[in-house]
Design a protein. Sequence first.
Length: 181
Amino acid sequence: MCNNKKENNTEPETKKINYEELFEAEKQRSEEYLNKLKYMQADLENFKRRFDRETEQIKNYSNERLVTQLLDVVDELELAINVGKNVETPQKNLLDGIEMTLKKLRKVLEQEGLNEVDCVEGKIFDPTSANAALTEEREDYEDCTILQVIRKGYIMKGRVIRPSVVKVSVKSKSKPENQSN
């Protein structure tokens, strides 16, 4: 009978589950899941930030096309005012009405974030906000100095939506006097 007890005592030892190994395995698995969860959470937060940034850009520039089309109206009103002032018998009331309309239109456009490009005669040409349509050889001006603003440019919320069109100076390229062919 004594032998039977020994056999019974050895059986549970071989069938004994190693809880420490299982615990370590589960602990490692849960750490892996936790790391994956942290990465997914960071990805989600990055996605939210990117989405918010893109949504803000869309809101800021959604009316850019309309504003660009209204700039043609501004140009036409300015031209009407200039022509009206240069005729022999200007229609004062008509000119005043056009100027008031232009002033209101500019105010609406400014509320949408539109500003004129800082492009004036005598200033150095900036290719990021203006296009040089014409050049003129001038010795009395530095190279790339704006001589005339042909069409105003506009910036909307920090982005150029229509560059200025300008005429710029260039130094004359005179040939040396003792040049032989």
